[in-house]
Design a binder for this molecule. Structure first.
Ligand code: COA
Length: 254
């Protein structure tokens, strides 16, 4: 259980808010677990027709909590909560709408590749500092991001850590709409409510068609997960995590 994920249900739209603003909405294993439970439960809940994912405060999410990253991956027996979350969004039966209210870092960006619709606030930006942390892409992003935004842009983001503005994210198709900060949630809710009043079987079957033949995504997520876990044990990640905590630049050995 965690208080850092809040849920509201209105007009058959479930809104899940990442609510840990004092840590820039960085995600802990408990938070991944709560998100996974809510998204998986919605699959069989006729009272939920669409799900909005958003963040509290001025940030969507600063990505994985750097403090509990390595320790929790090692501690977990069975499927780690982060894996349950990623599998949950990959296999979600109800439409997922991301309302990216501020900067989205790491999994904050890669989770969008599993959302059916993503909108951004003007103050949002997008980046994956994986290589700067000694890590590799996750959530199927090594496959899905090039398909979504093209090869060069995907490598600019995944290899070079390029930060995209909301407008750039719109231009390359990572999001489909940019709204003023104050209008983001109403735009996301209006879209979710349009989905919620459409014929549920048609929505479910349409989403299933759009997501058909995605075995390659599953395979890629497994390959990424294995490599990511290896990198988490590397001296490079240890140095990057220590440097972040000590508020200094990392120094990597050749
Ligand atoms: N994990 C753990 N704590 C985090 C965090 C994360 N991913 N992101 C931010 N925090 C913490 C900071 O350590 C800081 O704590 P402190 O007040 O005890 O010093 C607090 O949240 C506020 O963050 P701060 O860096 O002061 O805010 P900012 O607005 O200057 O910068 C970010 C925001 C997101 C750009 C910056 O915090 C950052 O780069 N975070 C790391 C992102 C990251 O690498 N994520 C992993 C991706 S795989």
């Amino acid at each position: 259980m965690t208080d850092h994920i809040t849920q509201t249900l209105e007009n058959r739209v479930l809104t899940l808010t990442i609510n840990r603003p004092e840590r820039k909405n960085a995600l802990t294993q408990a938070m991944y677990g709560a998100l996974a439970d809510a998204i998986n439960a919605a699959n069989d809940d006729a009272g939920i027709r669409a799900i909005i994912l958003t963040g509290a405060g001025d940030m969507f999410t600063a990505g994985n909590d750097l403090g509990d990253f390595a320790s929790d991956m090692e501690r977990s027996s069975g499927e780690p909560p982060v894996t349950r979350f990623l599998n949950g969004i990959r296999d979600a039966e109800k439409p997922l709408i991301a309302a990216v209210n501020g900067p989205a870092v790491g999994v904050g960006l890669t989770m969008l590749l599993h959302c059916d619709i993503a909108y951004a606030a003007e103050s949002a930006n997008f980046r994956t500092p994986f290589t700067a942390l000694g890590l590799v892409p996750e959530a199927g992003s090594s496959l899905l991001l090039p398909l979504s935004v093209g090869n060069s842009m995907a490598n600019d983001i995944l290899l070079a850590g390029r930060i995209l503005s909301a407008q750039e994210a719109l231009d390359c198709g990572l999001v489909s709409r940019v709204e003023p900060d104050t209008g983001l949630m109403s735009a996301a809710l209006a879209t979710a409510e349009r989905i919620a009043i459409a014929a549920p079987t048609a929505i479910r079957r349409s989403k299933a068609l759009i997501r058909m033949n995605r075995e390659a995504v599953k395979d890629r997520m497994e390959a990424e997960g294995k490599m990511f876990a290896e990198q988490l044990k590397s001296p490079d990640f240890a140095e990057a995590a220590a440097a972040f905590m000590q508020k200094r630049p990392p120094v990597f050995k050749d």
